[in-house]
Design a protein around this ligand. Structure first.
Ligand code: PXP
Length: 239
């Protein structure tokens, strides 16, 4: 059975909106694990827009399943990863202006830099995954870096509007899964997956772990709102 890696970045996004202490991604991670998530994923961005260094440090001590740190392949991030030692690092491209990670790594162009980064992380005992588009040439290049896993960027599939476009993107993903497994890479997937589009991709098989954040946190806000309002209305009865 495929595993869910719960991405708690957007719990931190809400916290950072006020710069306070709640909601805490550490609490969210614990609830997520109790509900069945088999991994906790966080993206420590260069601009620290959501997850903070403090979150990474505490989660390292509290996550019981598996901590997956998404990060850019920079000197600063490699130093942090080697110090904190998450079970897994997923290398992602990062642009300051983007709203969210926009595309996969260009492993072909950055082969040497990525290969060196993979080696440093693996020498530190960390499992490494490379976030790549479902593109055969990128996957062949990923294999050359000695990475353990790839994470297939499912954004193009998630954004496909028509059924035909969706099928087209699913075919790319299916081909990517088969190639990656054939060359001995483990396969994860993520980005833009939700309660509707997960079904067709899960039916393909061959994916070990799905990293999902936005849709789960968005749903949590809505399914939890009824209870949260009732709790406050109850307190106001005594006002
Ligand atoms: N995987 C990677 C590499 C990502 O960068 C992200 C977004 O931070 C996700 C998965 C989760 O995407 P979403 O929040 O759209 O579920």
């Amino acid at each position: 059975m495929a595993k869910l890696g719960l991405n708690v970045d957007h719990i931190a996004t809400v916290r950072q909106a006020r710069g306070g202490v709640e909601p805490d991604p550490v609490t969210a991670a614990a609830i997520g694990e109790m509900a069945g998530a088999e991994g906790i994923t966080i993206h420590l961005r260069e601009d620290r827009r959501h997850i903070q260094d403090r979150d990474l440090e505490i989660l390292r001590r509290t996550v019981k399943s598996k901590l997956n740190l998404e990060m850019a392949a920079t000197q600063e991030m490699v130093r942090i990863a080697l110090n904190i030692k998450p079970e897994q690092v997923t290398l992602v491209p990062e642009k300051r202006q983007e709203l969210t990670t926009e595309g996969g790594l260009d492993v072909i162009v950055n082969l040497k830099m990525i290969t060196d980064t993979v080696k440093r992380l693996k020498d530190g005992g960390i499992v490494v995954s490379l976030f790549v588009d479902p593109n055969q040439e990128q996957i062949k290049a990923a294999k050359k870096t000695d990475t353990d896993y790839i994470e297939i960027h499912t954004g193009a599939y998630a954004e496909a509007v028509t059924w035909t476009e969706q099928q087209h993107e699913l075919e790319h993903i299916d081909t990517a899964i088969k190639l990656a497994r054939k060359v001995g890479l483990g396969v994860n997937a993520g980005h833009g997956l939700n309660y509707v589009n997960i079904k067709a991709i899960a039916a393909l098989g061959g994916i070990e772990e799905y990293n999902i954040g936005h849709s789960i946190i968005a749903r949590a806000m809505l399914v939890g709102l009824d209870r949260a309002v009732r709790d406050m209305v109850e307190l106001l009865k005594y006002a």
